[in-house]
Design a protein around this ligand. Structure first.
Ligand SMILES: NC(=O)c1ccc[n+]([C@@H]2O[C@H](COP(=O)([O-])OP(=O)(O)OC[C@H]3O[C@@H](n4cnc5c(N)ncnc54)[C@H](OP(=O)(O)O)[C@@H]3O)[C@@H](O)[C@H]2O)c1
Length: 296
């Protein structure tokens, strides 16, 4: 029998793709939404006020928790508070509600490869410690907020996700107009590693852990081979048939995007998906050239 799934953040880039897949495959899907206008199988929550309709968890096997304030914005102190609080309050509220529920569903919670922070020394995997910086701290607090569910004995998985590649949103969609106009170029010295995953493979990875009841803990949701920013830039330029001759200086990125640019586009985030590999997960798009060709 197909599982009953509850999704938060279903209107976002990843949520829309997971929801589409689950509905097409015949899963029973309910949504937890912040809007008071609700349709069938939709339930209200407001993580900022600690409000949740507890009926949302009735009969649910797995909760897929994606909700969180967008990271890609200038990090004013108000924005930073929203980024942390939306994740910590939402995850804690969900974990506490789940812990009180009769069926004790599994919780699959989004997290980020930024958990490891800027890693100038090379590539890390799930056995590596958390690093420095605002986003690393966000990821730690986000994952810790799920503790009530773990303490109650629920299966909890953290999807430490890399840069999700899709033509419909996220980082790639923001880069495309510049690259299409021939204005793409490496960022800084271009040596920083980027860990990426196609949206197709990320949906596949969520379904994989949703279906395998033995998987718990943190998993790096990335393709097997991180690439340098220079390689990424060249491969994207080639895929579009456009030159990539204008490097973006570090200083410009810092002026335009401040701390956010430093911790995302300029950070060395080389992350290996050791646990997904050990579990026998098969990527549909493990090669960046093929992934970009399919996406574009
Ligand atoms: N895309 C990536 O490259 C990437 C990489 C690593 C980690 N992640 C993480 O994966 C999760 C989903 O990513 P995504 O790209 O699908 O994000 P997204 O497109 O920004 O969508 C996130 C969803 O969260 C909800 N939301 C937005 N602001 C909120 C707030 N202040 N409080 C509570 N909920 C809020 C919204 O859904 P509703 O309106 O339906 O509530 C929104 O559609 C996020 O937590 C993100 O940080 C994404």
């Amino acid at each position: 029998m197909k599982k009953n799934i509850l999704i938060t953040g279903s209107s976002g880039l990843i949520g829309t793709a997971i929801l589409k897949y689950l509905v097409e495959e015949g899963y029973e899907v309910s949504l937890l939404k912040r809007s008071k206008v609700l349709g069938a199988n939709e339930f209200f929550w407001d993580p900022s006020r600690g409000e949740i309709d507890e009926f949302a968890l009735n009969g649910i096997d797995v909760v897929v928790h994606l909700a969180g304030e967008p990271i890609a914005q200038r990090w004013s102190s108000a924005a930073k508070n929203r980024i942390v609080n939306s994740r910590v309050n939402g995850t804690r509220l969900l974990a506490e509600t789940l812990a009180r529920s009769q069926t004790l569903p599994s919780l699959i919670c989004a997290s980020g490869t930024n958990y490891y922070g800027d890693q100038p020394e090379g590539v890390v995997d799930e056995s590596s410690p958390s690093g420095l910086g605002f986003l690393a701290e966000v990821c730690r607090q986000w994952e810790n907020a799920a503790y009530p569910a773990i303490e109650a004995g629920a299966r909890v998985v953290f999807m430490r996700t890399g840069i999700v590649l899709s033509g419909h949103g996220g980082a790639l969609a923001k880069m495309l107009p510049f690259f299409r106009a021939g204005l793409g170029g490496r960022i800084g010295d271009g040596q920083q590693l980027m860990s990426w995953i196609s949206l197709t493979d990320l949906v596949k990875a969520y379904i994989f852990v949703l279906e395998d009841g033995a998987v718990s803990g943190a998993l790096n949701a990335v393709a097997p081979d991180p690439v340098t920013n220079t390689s990424f830039t060249k491969i994207l330029g080639n895929a579009l048939g456009r030159p990539t001759i204008f490097p973006i200086p570090r200083i410009l990125l810092k002026v335009l995007y401040g701390e956010m640019g430093k911790e995302t586009a300029l950070a060395n985030l080389g992350v290996q998906p050791s646990r997904l590999e050990d579990l026998g997960f098969e990527w549909a798009q493990s090669d960046l050239r093929a992934a970009l060709r399919a996406i574009l």
